[in-house]
Ligand binder design. Structure first.
Ligand SMILES: [Zn+2]
Ligand SMILES: [Zn+2]
Length: 254
């Protein structure tokens, strides 16, 4: 009897933990009633973003720290970029919460996720897959980094570092730098390079992780840092090279 009671107690605790997990909004039902988790690794949902087999629409929620609202031009450019590569009938971007400064710069990926949990409203549901951008003030732990992707649908931009490297004399415009970083980080969500979307030809710069070895490509490793911003003068946002496009097309994109 005593053993039975403790087993029953254990079952109750396990059930409570399960309910606790479900209530944090990290997992939601999407596509054909399947459970969709928004805490998978970067690149794990590449095919869901690229193809239209499960999700026909994409919505992107953008939350930003007060003073770091991204330019409308950069958001428009991101939308055009995704429309040209993803098999989705609609791509929409929702500029959502303006949030007070967390005051925690330099930020870690864990801190970005903690803020996301508090402010993110849009998750994958039905036929619509959702992605999330958080625009932080301040900088990342590695101070020249302009943005990072941290889960299968989650990305952050370092608004402070971007502001310090754009809009001034001899610097590219804020819109150009934001466009470049938004598109580069989304490239990681799309599984580039060799991280969720297989490479058709060998062009992964393995020494620098999931990046492309073509130095003019959007997915070149230095694109994510302030070391690269002088290359963006005149509004030259780097484009995906032919090999990156071929990879996306082979994994359901266009
Ligand atoms: Zn990168
Ligand atoms: Zn490339």
């Amino acid at each position: 009897m005593k053993n039975f009671r403790s087993l029953f107690g254990t079952i109750l605790i396990i059930t409570a933990l399960f309910l606790g997990c479900n209530s944090n909004d990290a997992g939601n039902s999407g596509g054909n009633g399947n459970e969709f988790s928004s805490t998978q690794n970067v690149g794990d949902s590449a095919n869901d973003f690229l193809s239209n087999s499960t999700y026909s629409s994409l919505i992107i929620e953008v939350d930003y720290v007060d003073g770091f609202q991204p330019t409308q031009g950069a958001l428009n450019n991101l939308r055009s970029f995704l429309q040209s590569r993803l098999n989705k009938t609609s791509v929409s971007i929702s500029l959502d919460d303006e949030i007070p400064s967390p005051g925690n710069s330099p930020y870690s990926a864990q801190e970005a996720f903690d803020i996301e949990k508090e402010f993110r409203d849009t998750y994958t549901e039905g036929n619509t897959i959702a992605a999330y951008f958080l625009i932080l003030d301040g900088q990342f732990e590695q101070e020249n980094v302009l943005g990072f992707a941290y889960f299968n649908t989650s990305m952050a931009l370092l608004g402070g570092t971007i502001a310090n490297n754009s809009g001034g004399f001899g610097q590219p415009s804020r819109e150009t730098v934001e466009t470049t970083v938004l598109q580069h980080e989304f490239g990681h969500i799309l599984g580039l390079v060799g991280n969720g979307t297989p490479t058709v030809q060998d062009h992964q710069d393995e020494a620098n992780g999931a990046h492309c070895d073509v130095d003019s490509c959007l997915m070149y490793f230095a694109v994510r840092t302030s070391d690269f911003t002088s290359n963006l003068m005149g509004g030259n946002v780097p484009e995906l090279d032919a090999q990156c496009i071929q990879d996306l097309q082979a994994n359901g994109g266009k």
